[in-house]
Design a protein around this ligand. Structure first.
Ligand code: ADP
Length: 347
């Protein structure tokens, strides 16, 4: 089961992302170093009239990988083709994208870690020499067809940079890791998006939504919409800090921004596995949640907040995690001992 099935579409990427997504890089908040480096690269490519070097973005979901990927072609004033790694199952699936490319245009592949090796190998020559060598037919009748492509820019996005093969990773000229956002940056995003949603929001409410958004713009957008819905349905469209708190509580978003799924994850390690260490697969099976959902969407923030730690023997909830859940009848095993690499069993 994935997060969407558990929490409904409110806590996942959805088509509304589109309406709130910045259109230009200058409209993006935060990620200043990434922004500066990319603006220089964009400017240089424009001046030299060359395609921009290939770019790889990595980081947890909802931090702005797609936003950067869609803003860059606008800065360059070139078209963009969008594909997802999971839909490129065979080399032939790449063909329409590659042959549609125009000079200096951008091909964006989201979840690029999902493309199979056979497809990845075609990308190597496409990225390096702007050419693909297709093998047509089989056995003695097989022929190679060399096709040249227009010089283009590949932008890849991944939540799992570690799953990319070395040869693919090395072909990206720019590799940018997106970090979580500060509360101030998220507050700014909440305020700007409230304007786009035609809401009036006070500073205290905007900060409260930001604080409870797990340092992630997409989650801030979702929380903002939840608050707006609550205000429309229950408060005649009025909004103040008190109403904002009531709305967030109704949606079961706690003071750290954890939602039901995050808390269930922590509770499972605490109650079922006595604090851990517990293997991620065992946790996933117990919760009936897909492993990808846990590793990509739930764990990054919980690890960063030190509510849980990863050891070679599995995940362990920390004292801070137990305190947050209000659990005081469990004594945690020695976390140092669990970190002993000799007793490795889980990744
Ligand atoms: P990812 O591709 O990393 O999963 P997205 O780029 O789709 O994340 O971001 C999700 C939403 O979050 C966007 O639609 C946008 O509204 C908001 N967002 C992300 N990054 C920023 C940013 N730097 N500034 C403003 N809004 C942002």
């Amino acid at each position: 089961m994935n997060r969407e099935k558990i929490l409904g579409p409110l806590d996942t990427a959805n088509e509304d992302d589109h309406s709130l997504r910045p259109k230009k890089m200058g409209e993006m908040v935060g990620q200043r170093e990434v922004y500066e480096r990319l603006m220089i690269a964009v400017d240089a490519a424009r001046k030299r009239e060359e395609p921009l070097g290939h770019i790889l973005f990595d980081g947890p979901p909802g931090l702005g990988k797609t936003t950067f990927a869609t803003c860059i072609p606008r800065e360059l004033e070139v078209p963009i083709e969008m594909a997802t790694g999971a839909s490129l199952r065979a080399p032939k699936d790449l063909l329409p994208y590659l042959t549609n490319l125009q000079e200096k245009s951008v091909l964006f592949i989201d979840e690029i870690h999902r493309i199979p090796t056979a497809v990845e190998e075609y990308l190597y020559t496409a990225m390096e020499d702007y050419r693909i060598d297709l093998i047509l037919g089989e056995g003695v009748n097989a022929r190679t067809l060399n096709m040249s492509l227009k010089p283009f820019t590949l932008i890849g996005a991944t939540t799992r940079a570690g799953m990319l093969t070395g040869p693919l990773r090395d072909r990206f000229q720019f590799r940018e890791h997106l970090n979580f956002y500060t509360d101030q940056e998220l507050t700014e995003i909440v305020k700007r998006n409230a304007v786009k949603l035609k809401m009036e929001i006070d500073d205290v409410s905007a900060l409260e939504i930001a604080r409870r958004s797990r340092s992630t713009p997409r989650i801030a957008n979702n929380r903002l919409r939840c608050v707006r819905d609550y205000s429309t349905a229950k408060e005649n469209g009025q909004l103040n800090p008190e109403i904002t708190l009531k709305a967030l509580e109704m949606w079961e978003v706690d003071t750290l921004g954890l939602d039901r799924l995050d808390r269930k994850y922590l509770e499972t390690i605490a109650r079922v596995f006595m604090g851990g260490p517990a293997g991620i697969e065992a946790i996933g099976h117990t919760m009936n949640v897909a492993l990808d959902t846990l590793t990509d969407e739930v764990e990054p923030f919980l690890l960063r907040s030190e509510l849980v730690i990863r050891t070679p023997r599995g995940r362990m909830v920390t004292q801070k995690g137990l305190d947050h859940l209000g659990i005081n009848d469990i004594s945690l095993p020695d976390q140092k001992e669990a970190q002993d690499p000799e007793t490795d069993s889980d990744g």
